[in-house]
Design a protein around this ligand. Structure first.
Ligand code: DX5
Ligand code: ZN
Length: 220
């Protein structure tokens, strides 16, 4: 069992049959379910909230649900998502007035906590809070939509975050989100990522087992 996590983003799933889609990717070998929350304010798109997360838990989904909040403000949604069964909650520092307070709030609610770096966000935001984090999520596209192309400069950023994490000695996952396919996941892993979000590459595939196997082969 490798230490690599594959987290399909349900943003690209068929929402009309979401429970089946989630069960299908998990049966096909996915590790986590990546849950993109957009508010038409922090990002120019609107998706799903805590009720949908709770519905997946009620449907019997046991896998970790990796909530990616692209909302502003952040704090008021933390408790609803924790109650709805989120395993981890990641947020964008630009969207919270008090980044440390939001981190502590997520931890108090018993969830793992992640900070998300947009392509235009400097790494320095990690310095004061790195020791508190369970994951760093590097966006390799600008947030808001599935199906965008991987921004090549992200590779350099992933390498830099890898070095920061290794030097810190903390156990922090390095997750990457946006434009990931079986063709580029190897290079992304080589740069230091260990957790891979993929939306369109997985949900547009004919066969989820085949495409996840393709990801695993590229990571082997
Ligand atoms: C973008 C979302 C991503 C998105 C990834 O704002 O955070 O999780 O769904 O989709 P793909 O893999 O299609 O780039
Ligand atoms: Zn995401």
């Amino acid at each position: 069992m490798s230490n690599y996590i594959i987290a399909p983003s349900i943003l690209s799933a068929n929402f009309a049959r979401l429970g089946d889609e989630v069960n299908d990717v998990l049966t096909a070998g996915a590790d986590w379910i990546h849950f993109d929350v957009m508010d038409n304010h922090y990002v120019p798109n609107l998706t799903i909230g805590p009720m949908v997360c709770a519905a997946l838990r009620k449907e019997g989904i046991k896998a970790p649900i990796d909530v990616h909040l692209m909302v502003e403000p952040v704090d008021s949604l933390v408790e609803p998502f924790a109650k709805a069964g989120a395993s981890s909650i990641s947020f964008h520092p630009e969207a919270s007035k008090h980044v440390h307070r939001t981190i502590m709030l997520i931890k108090e609610q018993g969830c793992k906590v992640g900070l998300v770096l947009n392509p235009g966000t400097a790494l320095s935001v990690l310095d004061p809070v790195l020791s508190l984090l369970d994951l760093v999520l590097v966006m390799s596209v600008d947030p808001g939509f599935g199906g965008q192309s991987f921004i090549p400069e992200s590779i350099n950023k992933i390498k830099q975050v890898r070095t920061l994490i290794d030097n810190s000695g903390y156990e922090i996952r390095l997750e990457v989100d946006g434009g990931i396919t079986p063709a580029n996941v190897g290079a992304i892993a080589k740069a230091g990522a260990d957790t891979f979000v993929a939306g369109s590459a997985i949900f547009s595939a004919q066969d989820y087992t085949d495409v996840i196997a393709e990801f695993r082969r590229a990571l082997a």
